[in-house]
Write a protein that binds this ligand. Structure first.
Ligand code: NAP
Length: 265
């Protein structure tokens, strides 16, 4: 396939505008449709701060899926909207690349089923930043040698879901084994939640403040030592190379793929 036609859902959002700029800047991808609930009728290119692209924002994903010859749907919307969007795309046999976070185990299981049912692939990534993906690989090594760990994730105050998709995935990768050996001390909490929420038994703390973008620390503790892994995303540009990799892979992917680490050599 020479050119990949991309339908972008959440086009008026912060990520959506970054993605529009990125797609317009590469020759092998073309934005063929832009969907959002806001800025409807506006040109997606102008909205993204670049030249007019002749693609106006629509509020109807079903109409765009029916009218545009999309090879990929990229979804960066909201945890409230994403499931319906994915189902619609797969029903139309359009592979999905999903950056929207907040998907739990039940939702991921439903997407797996739709991928089978409609024989159309979905690539879901809680974090498209390469540094965050490498951090997730490294935590698995550290988890073999440490028995205690906590995760602190910090994001801008407009983020809807907590904990972040990256924190959820990091905790799941470290796994139940390390969580199980950590002492359960919630009963001594003076304020419920003071020790964070538990994911696979691991405490996860979510900070939401203006000024932050997307940051995560994974702190392993051992007798007399700490090992801290930290990733900082300072601008949304960091998500673009991983996202473009997923978009380019999507048209020939028929599977359910979770995490871009599975797309890297
Ligand atoms: P944002 O600025 O709020 O943008 C989301 C946009 O989607 C908003 O314009 C929103 O409109 C729109 N929207 C909501 N429901 C919709 C629907 N049914 N159809 C079409 N558009 C809809 O948020 P953001 O910062 O761009 O982030 C979007 C998502 O991507 C979040 O879940 C975030 O956590 C995730 N994210 C993932 C990565 C990654 O690497 N995986 C990186 C960054 C962000 P309203 O304002 O009217 O709701």
């Amino acid at each position: 396939m020479n050119q990949i036609n991309v339908l972008l859902c959440g086009a008026a959002g912060k990520m959506g505008r970054e993605i529009t700029r990125a797609i317009a800047g590469v020759p092998d991808l073309e934005l063929v449709g832009a969907v959002d609930l806001i800025r409807v009728g506006e040109d997606a290119g102008l909205l993204a701060g670049i030249r007019p692209l002749g693609i106006t924002v629509s509020d109807s994903l079903p109409e765009m899926l029916a009218r545009k010859k999309a090879h990929v749907l990229a979804d960066f919307t909201s945890p409230l909207a994403v499931m319906e969007n994915i189902k619609l795309a797969l029903q139309h046999r359009v592979p999905a690349v999903v950056g929207t976070t907040g998907l739990g185990d039940d939702e991921l299981q439903s997407i797996r089923q739709w991928v089978e049912q409609y024989a159309t692939g979905a690539i879901i990534a809680p974090n498209f930043a390469l540094g965050a993906v490498l951090m997730m690989k490294m935590v698995q090594l550290c988890a073999r040698y440490f028995t205690a760990v906590e995760i602190i994730e910090m994001h801008h105050d407009e983020k809807l879901d907590a904990p972040s998709g990256t924190a959820l995935q990091t905790a799941r990768l470290i796994g139940d084994s390390i969580g199980a050996v950590m002492q359960e001390r919630e009963k001594f909490e003076k304020i419920p939640g003071a020790r964070g929420g538990r994911v696979s038994g691991i405490p996860v703390h979510s900070v939401r403040l203006p000024g932050l973008v997307a940051h995560q620390e994974v702190i392993f503790g051992g007798a007399g030592q700490l090992l801290t892994l930290r990733h900082d995303a300072f601008t949304r540009e960091c998500f673009i190379p991983g996202l473009l990799l997923a978009i380019r892979r999507a048209p020939r992917n028929e599977k359910f793929i979770f995490g871009i680490e599975n797309l890297l050599d």
